[in-house]
Design a protein around this ligand. Structure first.
Ligand code: F6R
Length: 610
């Protein structure tokens, strides 16, 4: 989603800004812009479309100057046009602003500004803020930003510059991340530390409602009443994902990330499986043994793919820990007021750690007095910092917009957590040790599973022209079916639905015809025969069937039109194994459809607006 990078120092700003924006590209955007300053002149360039368009504009009309701010925009208010791209200027043209987040009361503010004679040049909520800052500006930019923000309802990460203060950048955050970076050439302001890799050595994150002031090598964080806040810098390395965000020999980040999964899964488990106690161990849960014993229920809250991992977690907690578990879309949970007893533990599951709805759900849970834990990939992200404790995935940066390796690591972490809680309750040491051995065998099972890629390619070629695809599974494989369908629709734009296989006959089976393939998740397990009956029902209605099945399963091969073999693993680990062919199938079909796999239309990697 939207990205910010600003720089003030001793070198030309525009190459730094463009490079920083490039590193934020993966988050998803539809336009980009920058502004630099020389003397008391501004140089504004902004373009709809890819960053290459902005780079072309800057190369045709250079933007000189040693300070500036820039932005990648993901449209919320107003279409993806040059006009709506950030930065936005106030009425006098003296102040420029870039903004992440949403100004919820923008319509009221706009109405008042219009009544005062302000003319708007864009359809954005951000321009309202530019004019408000301009309205309060009487020579003190920090004071003007503070006064304007006091009127704003919503979320923001902002960077503001003024022609009258060359070299000065003012930043502020509420609900949208901002990080200051300090390097040899000057100081930086960004929405993500990854944008500063190679430029800044040290960083510090702003907390909500804090402001910051940057100028050359100087920087300062201030609280709401503008008093300085002493905040230590930390090494940037601490906040960067392990491994380089490079594609290497892979044509797309998504494919690279699919292939990384044996390794990322091993990383998620490294040092956490303890034979001596036949349990899992986590460094950062921050739970006393008394708290641990008191917990009698868990809520897993998340969005999108992370929500699907949460659904897998529900089965895991119930089966392995015998604990009641509930899964809630974070966007729903944040506005519900369900009766929850004090001893409920709330997990926020998130790859990015910045998803606005998940962050809000976490805060709401904390407000109600619950212990909250994050299952998170991005180190130092807002959710990781605000939760009472948590578990990192250690999956390295996930750049492809479609989540792949984060999902399998989330499932593995949830399995380890269920083992951990199970061992404090009813699981015997022998049962615990069996689970540990099964988890340890998983990376090899994934390596083997990747061997299905050629077969998946053949199947993709056969079905790429389908306009609807059904994904069907039961028990642990129902969330896996939802996730398979999500992968296909988000990167190939083909309509897909995940369903519990047995529910088909209650309505959706009406969709089945010769042109609607069904992907059945049917490796051997407790409900194998039941799923086979569901498959019969689809075949009887002429629907083509692609089965993800145990290697060498003749019974499935006799019924299905196409089979993707996967190695046998215990049922609670099947969602992790079947994820690989489902990710590959979506990837191959999207390629055949000519889609931009890593940057699907309309989507953002990190959804920082509600
Ligand atoms: C789908 C996908 C999204 C995210 C969702 C939550 O492939 O990536 O559905 O899972 O936006 O994001 P995080 O996990 O960062 O909170």
């Amino acid at each position: 989603m939207c990205g910010i990078i600003g720089f003030t120092g001793r070198r030309e700003a525009s190459p730094v800004l463009l490079d920083g924006l490039r590193r934020l590209e993966y988050r998803g955007y539809d336009s980009a812009g920058l502004i630099t300053g020389t003397g008391n002149a501004f140089h504004l360039r902004k373009k709809a479309g890819r960053l290459a368009e902005l780079a072309k504009a800057v190369s045709a009309h250079p933007a000189p100057g040693c300070y500036g701010i820039s932005h990648t925009r993901w449209a919320t208010h107003g279409g993806a046009t040059d006009r709506n791209a950030h930065p936005h200027l106030d009425a006098s043209g003296r102040i420029a602003i870039v903004h992440n987040g949403v100004i919820e009361n923008y319509a009221t503010l706009k109405h008042q500004l219009r009544a005062d004679g302000v003319t708007f040049r864009s359809d954005t909520d951000t321009e309202v803020l530019a004019h408000l800052i301009g309205h309060y500006y009487h020579g003190d930019l920090v004071a003007a930003v503070r006064q304007a923000l006091a009127l704003v309802k919503g979320t923001y990460g902002v960077a503001v510059v003024s022609k009258d203060d060359p070299g000065l950048i003012v930043g502020a955050r509420l609900g949208s991340p901002l990080v200051i970076g300090v390097g040899d050439a000057g100081t930086y302001l960004a929405s993500d530390a990854n944008a500063l890799a190679g430029y800044a050595d040290k960083v510090v994150y702003l907390n909500d409602r804090q402001l910051c002031v940057l100028s050359g090598d100087e920087w300062e964080i201030r609280d709401q009443d503008l008093s300085p806040v002493a905040t230590p810098l930390r090494d940037i390395a601490h906040f960067l994902g392990e491994g380089d965000a490079e594609k290497g020999d892979f044509p797309h980040f998504m494919l690279k990330e699919i292939y990384e999964q044996p390794e990322t899964l091993a990383n998620a488990m490294r040092g956490r499986l303890v034979d001596a106690d036949s349990t899992a161990h986590f460094g950062g849960l921050n739970l006393s043994s008394q708290q641990l014993r008191q917990i009698d229920r868990v809520i897993l809250t998340a969005c999108g793919t992370s929500y699907h991992a949460g659904l897998v977690g529900e089965y895991l907690f119930e089966e392995l820990a015998r604990m009641p578990a509930e899964v809630e879309y974070a966007s729903e949970f944040r506005y519900r007021n369900p009766p929850i007893n004090r001893d409920t533990l709330v997990f926020a599951i998130t790859q990015s750690g910045e998803t606005a709805d998940t962050l809000a759900a976490l805060r709401e849970s904390k407000r109600m007095g619950h212990t909250t834990l994050a299952i998170c990939n991005a180190v130092g992200s807002s959710i990781a910092r605000e939760a009472c404790g948590g578990v990192y995935l250690h999956a390295g940066p996930e750049i492809g917009v479609a989540s792949t390796k984060a999902f399998t690591s989330q499932c593995a972490v949830l399995a380890m957590l269920a083992l951990y809680f199970g061992r404090t309750r009813h699981l015997s040491s022998l049962q615990g040790q069996r689970l540990i051995d099964e988890l340890r065998a998983l990376p090899d099972a994934l390596r083997k599973t990747l061997g299905c890629h050629e077969q998946v390619k053949r199947i993709a070629a056969k079905y790429a022209s389908a306009r609807n695809v059904l994904y069907l599974g039961r028990q642990y494989l129902y969330p896996a079916a939802l996730e398979g369908a999500l992968k296909l629709k988000e990167i190939s734009y083909i309509h897909a639905e995940g369903y519990p296989a047995a529910e088909m006959k209650h309505g959706p089976i009406a969709l089945v015809d010769e042109s609607t393939p069904s992907v059945f998740l049917v490796p051997r397990g407790n409900v194998f025969d039941k799923v086979m009956s569901n498959m019969q029902e689809i075949k009887a209605r002429g629907g083509p069937v692609i089965a993800v099945a145990s290697e060498g399963d003749e019974e499935v091969a006799a019924l299905a039109d196409d089979v993707i073999p996967v190695p046998d693993v215990p049922e609670y680990l099947q969602p992790i194994v079947v994820a690989i062919p489902l990710q590959l199938l979506a990837y191959e079909i999207a390629l055949l459809c000519g889609c931009d796999v890593d940057k699907p239309r309309n989507l953002a990697k990190s959804v920082t607006v509600e």
